[in-house]
Design a protein around this ligand. Structure first.
Ligand code: NAP
Length: 306
């Protein structure tokens, strides 16, 4: 079967659009299939201060739209469709969308993922105004302030340790009476002076006036509810990659992340993955861009070198 495209990129966030810029400039016929508007998670991010080249920071939507425009200018094609499956037929890969099927010699999966949400009042209202899901991205906005981290896994403690070096104090709020994080991380956290713990506690509501200034907590052992002052709520209660449509084709880890090698290639030759959907992604704009470029160059080599 002849393929319509050299490369189909599923997902139009930073990783996907960066890959598209490279494949199109390498004269590979490239299609980006995106569910909604291209740009991805950065469209929902306000200030980005850690992306190199922008000493005064840059707004997420500005850089998202600029990368999209750059991909368009190189000649990348776009389709808007919900991808529900991926099939491999010999050398041809078939992306199954709700609208139609698309064929290509190579596929780059850049569908990202979503942070699990607490689902409490105030979480959406104060998103970007005290509520965040990324200490590496936003920690610096809370320099010298009192903050909380919600969750007890590796991500909560690892990112909490990063945050503890920036903020005045950090309180870890965890629903059980023991942490899930690996022992070495736990020990490091227990030894850190400005880190304290509220175990068997749940956040019931995030409150503030324009921006977060406190959370309503429940002590799950006594049922007592009380307010705890904080200017930042860092939520780490898991992350789910958008990879359900790959389950029958590509090897995923237990958390649903796509397993790749260092060239971003999956277990299926010619199928690559980049960005937050990939196992061990650092989930940063810079690393997603880098992943996308590596995947694009690998796709180029796959097509030209066989
Ligand atoms: P995780 O290990 O699944 O931990 C999620 C944490 O959130 C758990 O402590 C869980 O509580 C809590 N939680 C879940 N739903 C909640 C809710 N509705 N309300 C309150 N708390 C809730 O997820 P993760 O920390 O994101 O890690 C994901 C994977 O990445 C893991 O395999 C981890 O090892 C890996 N990772 C590793 C590192 C590292 O090694 N440095 C860093 C980051 C991530 P319970 O404990 O009660 O279930």
């Amino acid at each position: 079967m002849d393929s319509e495209y050299d490369v189909i990129i599923v997902g139009g966030g930073a990783a996907g659009l960066s890959a598209a810029i490279y494949t199109t400039r390498a004269q590979l016929k490239t299609l980006v299939v995106e569910q909604l508007a291209p740009g991805g998670q950065i469209l929902n991010t306000s200030d980005i201060e850690n992306y190199p080249g922008f000493p005064d920071g840059v707004l997420g939507p500005d850089i998202g739209m600029a990368i999209h425009r750059q991909a368009e200018n190189t000649g990348t094609e776009f389709a808007f469709d919900q991808v529900i499956g991926l099939k491999v037929q010999g050398d041809t890969k078939v992306v199954v969308g709700e609208e139609r099927e698309y064929t290509a010699k190579t596929i780059i999966i850049t569908t990202g993922g979503e942070h699990n949400k607490l689902g409490v009042p105030g979480e959406d209202e104060f998103a970007g105004r005290g509520v965040t899901y990324c200490a590496t991205c936003d920690g610096n906005f809370f320099k010298g302030q009192d903050t909380v981290v919600v969750g007890g896994g590796d991500a909560a403690i690892d990112e909490g340790m990063y945050l503890s070096r920036i903020v005045n104090s950090l309180t870890v709020i965890h629903r059980r009476d023991e942490l899930r994080a690996t022992k070495v991380l736990q020990e490091r956290a227990f030894k850190t002076e400005n880190v304290s713990f509220k175990m068997s506690h749940a956040v019931k509501e995030i409150r503030g006036n324009g921006s977060v200034d406190r959370v309503l907590l429940e002590d799950l052992k006594t049922g007592e509810e009380y307010e705890h002052p904080t200017s930042g709520v860092f939520i780490y209660i898991g992350f789910h990659p958008n990879s359900g449509f790959l389950q029958e084709t590509v090897t995923l880890d237990l958390g649903g992340h796509v397993i790749t090698d260092i060239r971003m290639e999956t277990n299926v030759p010619g199928v690559f993955a980049a960005g937050d959907v990939r196992q061990y992604s650092d989930r940063q704009l810079g690393t997603s861009v880098g992943d996308g470029i590596t995947a694009a160059l690998s796709a180029y080599r796959y097509i030209t070198e066989g």
